[in-house]
Design a protein around this ligand. Sequence first.
Ligand SMILES: C[S@@+](CC[C@H](N)C(=O)[O-])C[C@H]1O[C@@H](n2cnc3c(N)ncnc32)[C@H](O)[C@@H]1O
Length: 202
Amino acid sequence: MRKTIAISAMMLLSLSVFPAVLAAQQAGKLREPDVIFVPTPQEVVDAMLKLAGVHKGDVVYDLGCGDGRTVVTAAKTYGVRAVGIDINPVRIEEAKENVQKNGVGNLVTLRNEDLFEADIKEASVVTLYLLTSLNIKLRPKLWRELKPGTRVVSHSFDMGDWKPEKSESVNGRMIYLWRIPANAAAQAGQSTGASYGRPGNR
Ligand SMILES: C[S@@+](CC[C@H](N)C(=O)[O-])C[C@H]1O[C@@H](n2cnc3c(N)ncnc32)[C@H](O)[C@@H]1O
């Protein structure tokens, strides 16, 4: 009898707790990605890191890291610390497997976050494969938060009226390099993309 009461009480408890857990999980869920996962071919990843002039001491951030190939390559080839950020938890799981497979867990951090909200200020190199419209939305954040001299490299997509310092074609795919200017933070509010940088205007 006592056993039956105890089991019934546990069932009631789990029925009342389960919806709360589900609601909490849903509340914490990030929004849908701004762009789907399309991987950068490995030779383009290599060329992007080369164009950025990655060297010892750099911290490489890939915003929208997908399966983690860029951060894994940065860690493996240059021995630098790298951070991959992706809004899609499935991509983060794939990236974790990739990091583990390549034995670079000591150098790579993966974060399931919205790149528009993420803390990126420690980056000295930022890599992107998004869209021109997203690059332009992101530009005020890059200018406000990154240190002057930080290199930004993008696969395929430019930054509108922010002209690149260098660009090149890799097997028919364009890659672009910019450097955060000395007075970027002060200028960020006046840049053409500034209104796009506000959360809620995406
Ligand atoms: C075109 S893929 C590029 C993947 C990887 N950087 C590469 O070059 O192979 C874009 C990635 O951005 C992620 N993404 C889209 N919107 C995002 C957001 N707001 N915050 C973080 N990641 C986002 C997607 O989930 C996807 O993995």
